[in-house]
Design a protein around this ligand. Structure first.
Ligand code: SAH
Length: 221
């Protein structure tokens, strides 16, 4: 039984069955973190895309959300969250690049408290509208430049960046708690996911797979 009201539950191409199929495909592609998979089976992704795209919401594709931005591909989100969680219980998490709010909603199922920051005010409003019917108590949205992180809520056990930074956003590494993990796409034409871990002896960097994200930009809009 879904706890969502009928209007948000969706039928046919936006139903729980469709969502479960998406999760099966993520499993087939190697995603193992049951907590992440459960969260993605829970969050109604079709509520975060324009109505015209709702029937494609569960395809493994990035879709337009306006303002030249996209909702990230489910497989990429799953891999990033699995990597940044690393089997830990997460207390505080920061997302940079709220966009339509989808990943923030997924994060709210796998962490105690989630903060998400967005630089485009109009998109943040759209995210608020998308998230309202889901009544998520442990998610705070902030308007600002994610390059600066969110000092007032730091330190974070995990930081997930949803836009590609030309260079490593150093301030974000400073806002990691001990043992904390940051995952961020870095690069211009050629982007790669980079994982940064804060260990006792300092920061450890691991270069992961190539990806394709919209660019991270400086300042608010
Ligand atoms: N998290 C979204 C994807 C958002 S796309 C999802 O669930 O699908 C990337 C977002 O990052 C865009 O909304 C873009 O405006 C935002 N962004 C880019 N640079 C930023 C910055 N410096 N600070 C905050 N947000 C930024």
């Amino acid at each position: 039984m879904s706890l969502l009201p009928a209007a948000t539950r969706g039928v046919g191409l936006t139903s729980q069955r469709t969502r479960d199929r998406m999760v099966s495909r993520l499993r087939e592609r190697g995603v193992r973190d049951e907590r992440v998979l459960a969260a993605m089976s829970e969050v109604p992704r079709h509520l975060f895309v324009d109505e015209g795209f709702a029937s494609r919401a569960y395809e493994d594709a990035a879709l337009p959300i306006g303002f030249e931005q996209t909702i990230s591909q489910p497989l990429v989100i799953a891999r990033m969250l699995e990597t940044v969680r690393a089997g830990r219980d997460l207390e505080r998490v920061l997302e940079v690049g709220t966009g339509c709010g989808y990943q923030a909603a997924v994060l709210s199922h796998i962490a105690t408290q989630v903060y998400s920051i967005e630089r485009i005010a109009a998109l943040l409003e759209i995210a608020r509208t998308n998230l309202r019917p889901l009544r998520i108590p442990n998610l705070r949205l902030a308007y600002g430049d994610g390059y600066k992180g969110l000092l007032e809520a730091a330190p974070f056990d995990a930081i997930v960046v949803a836009a590609a930074a030309p260079e490593m956003p150093v301030e974000l590494t400073r806002q990691l708690a001990p043992g904390g993990r940051l995952i961020v796409p870095v690069g211009l034409e050629e982007q790669r996911l980079i994982l940064i871990e804060r260990r006792d002896r300092g920061l450890v960097e691991t270069v992961l797979e190539p990806v394709r994200f919209v660019p991270m930009r400086i300042g608010k809009r």
